[in-house]
Design a protein around this ligand. Structure first.
Ligand SMILES: Cc1cc2nc3c(=O)[nH]c(=O)nc-3n(C[C@H](O)[C@H](O)[C@H](O)COP(=O)(O)OP(=O)(O)OC[C@H]3O[C@@H](n4cnc5c(N)ncnc54)[C@H](O)[C@@H]3O)c2cc1C
Length: 477
């Protein structure tokens, strides 16, 4: 592999930083990862990654890319830490638009383990590379530049001892998460602030871990509920290492689940499937309740700036952070790492930032549209709803109704959600025909019995496969 420089610095040793460092190690003589936290001795949550105490799963595409960058990664998480892999379309129940999608075998293989385990394995693999080192207890405070302020020449940091230092680098990558200070650091060097797109959703997460029994969910790996009217509450129950479950639930705009046993169960009972409630009701708790408030989808449009240092990049949540309910963040970080690799392979360090931000924007467009497009179905979430978005949301609703009966549609939908296929694949004639056929059949059976009132089946079918509903009736949006 060609060498493009002597030294690259990555700020932040979480998922996106570790992945970027792996790619840079092929192109720079030395890569240094600077992290504010200490690395935990065991794979436990740490201060700089508070979301690490909440439900995380790695989508099929993310699992594939991690395997490509760190061959054997998935197997290590399973064998050494007790993570699990499963067929996303067959081993997990997906509930959206208040219906459970039909299960069926697919080639979508996802990885479930706690967030600290996923990160711990990645960090250990990265630090085995001879030209990569990590410095803990090291907080980056700003950037150094050349006299003309055209180029970043390094970072200013405060080390654990309290001393202030400067480290030089040919390339600096910001992977410090959604609280990134890049815009401010660059403004101090005379650069314009990037446009920020924000969609406020105020999603509350209340999470807890429980002992997992082999009989729970008949041995399946989880349930994911994406909220819809009338209560818009989300829920996820995912298996993880140590024969345990992690459960997270919460709603939009402050509709948080209580963190006491009775209130938490009552909240879970309002989801359109009782599966999560029923597991939790009889499971042994293994942790306290933990809370997290996710304020907004946030995208920083660096690709639109006309002036930017060519050797400074921003990746991961620092570039764009999405409603976590869709589980996309780590997979997007992995895809951005591949994009960085392609940019480095195809060109030198000149104008790297411009090329990277343009390419990364195309990666981010899809998960952003999936997350924000779905969030905008909530009537109180503010944002533009052009006719195309309304059509897509209407069509995805029809697709869900059809996918209750057709596992091929479940797989097609989950391929998009898992970032394996582009969203337009759902509008292909073959898929659109299946959506129309099932909806037409359901509508005609509904109308043929309508003179006697809607049949039980017409209602029950929507949630029967999800294990029933607390109220025994489907919702309409
Ligand atoms: C509740 C919740 C649930 C989620 N569930 C999923 C899921 O199921 N699947 C999924 O793929 N994604 C999920 N995500 C998203 C996922 O956690 C992130 O997208 C992913 O961790 C990538 O983040 P990152 O590495 O860019 O930043 P972060 O994980 O936020 O890490 C930033 C790092 O930078 C360090 N740092 C910050 N400032 C400095 C500084 N000045 N100097 C040095 N170091 C610094 C921090 O200590 C930290 O280590 C979820 C997110 C949340 C909030």
């Amino acid at each position: 592999m060609k060498k493009l420089g002597e030294h690259a610095i990555v700020i932040g040793a979480s998922m996106s930083g570790l992945l970027a460092a792996r790619v840079l190690s092929d192109f720079y003589t030395t890569v240094t990862v600077l992290e504010r936290d200490a690395f935990p001795a065991a794979d436990t949550a740490r201060k700089g990654v508070p979301q690490g105490r909440h439900t995380h799963g790695l989508l099929a595409r993310g699992s594939e890319v991690l395997e490509e960058l760190f061959p054997g990664y998935n197997d290590e998480v399973i064998r050494q830490s007790g993570g699990l892999v499963g067929d996303v379309a067959n081993d997990v129940t997906w509930v959206g638009r208040n219906v459970a999608l039909a299960k069926g075998r697919s080639e979508l293989i996802g990885l479930v383990a706690s967030r600290p385990v996923l990160e711990g394995h990645l960090r250990r693999r990265l630090l085995k590379l001879p030209n990569v080192r990590a410095v803990e207890h090291c907080s980056v405070r700003g950037l150094e530049s050349d006299a003309a302020r055209e180029c970043v020449t390094g970072v200013r940091l405060r080390a654990g001892s309290g001393t202030e230092e400067t480290i030089d680098a040919d390339l600096v990558v910001d992977a410090t998460g959604r609280g990134s200070s890049s815009a401010t650091w660059l403004e101090a060097l005379g650069y314009a602030l990037p446009d920020s797109e924000k969609v406020e959703i105020g999603i509350g997460y209340t999470s807890r871990t429980y002992r997992r029994r082999p009989t729970d969910l008949d041995g399946k790996l989880g349930v994911v509920v994406v909220g819809s009217a009338p209560n818009w509450r989300n829920g996820a129950l995912l298996a993880q290492e140590g024969d345990s479950w992690i459960v997270s639930t919460g709603g939009f705009l402050g509709d948080e689940a209580p963190d006491d046993d009775q209130g938490f169960l009552a909240y879970l009972a309002t989801l359109p499937t009782m599966q999560i409630h029923d597991v939790v009701a009889s499971a042994e708790p293994l942790s306290e309740y933990r809370r997290y408030r996710y304020v907004c989808n946030l995208r920083r449009r660096y690709e639109k700036l006309t002036r930017f240092p060519g050797n400074y990049l921003v990746v991961g949540d620092a570039l764009c952070s999405f409603n976590p309910v869709y589980g996309q963040g780590m997979t997007v970080a992995a895809l951005e790492a591949l994009t960085l690799q392609a940019c480095l392979q195809r060109g030198g360090p000149d104008e790297l930032a411009r090329r990277f931000f343009r390419a990364a924007a195309k990666i981010v467009d899809i998960p952003w549209d999936i997350a924000v497009g779905n969030d905008l179905r909530h009537p109180q979430v503010e944002g533009a709803r052009p006719p195309m978005l309304r059509f897509i949301n209407w069509y995805i609703g029809k697709l869900h109704l059809a996918a209750m009966h057709d596992s091929a549609l479940t797989t097609a939908f989950l391929k998009v959600v898992n970032l394996m296929s582009p969203p337009p694949s759902l509008l292909s004639p073959a898929i659109a025909w299946r959506v129309w056929r099932v909806n037409a059949r359901t509508a005609s059976s509904f109308f043929s019995s309508a003179s006697n009132g809607p049949s039980d089946d017409a209602c029950k079918g929507r949630l029967g496969q999800a294990g029933g509903h607390a109220n025994g009736k489907p919702f309409a949006e």
